[in-house]
Design a protein around this ligand. Sequence first.
Ligand code: G3P
Length: 217
Amino acid sequence: MKFFIDTANLEQIKEAQALGILDGVTTNPSLMAKEGITGQDNILKHYVDICSAVTGDVSAEVIATDYEGIVQEGDALAALHPQIVVKVPMIKDGIKAIRYFSDKGIKTNCTLVFSAGQALLAAKAGATYVSPFIGRLDDISTDGLNLIDEIRVIYDNYDFNTQILAASVRHTMHVLECAKIGADVMTGPLSSIVGLLKHPLTDSGLAQFLADHKKGN
Ligand code: G3P
């Protein structure tokens, strides 16, 4: 499973990259605003800075919601850097635009996906990634992981190439359950990645090894 970090925070992106286990980055307009990145020039520069800090795909989301606007914005984003993936919302014009980008060889991430039917449409349009938001489904007492399961079955039935990018991952158990189901990618906060390191028996075992070594020297 690929690990993407879901943030526009350059320090956290660099920290994850330095671990040697990062495969890419996802951003969205809310995450950019959270980092205080505003104004078109600053936003575009920030995407390039992120691309320079990592080796994998970097999702950059369009703001336009009409076909012509999405295509114009997406073409400009894709021209910024070869690592850019154009993130497009799951709306009718978005699906049309994903087909356009797919035919042009531009990678896409279909975002704001909350149902298996939406994921099927994204795959039919040729999306590179589909982003089901599991945490937000959990937030409304719906089983987000069940959606990953459903999409996995559908995509495997027809050998769709679209990669399931489990998004809105909130914690380590989301990561583990997505790995068990067979999501191709997960994107979450740095805490959901480094949290996988933690085990009290590792900590106590290491402390014991170091103490015993000290006694013997
Ligand atoms: O990649 C989508 C993700 O950013 C949404 O996460 O935590 O805002 O639901 P969240």
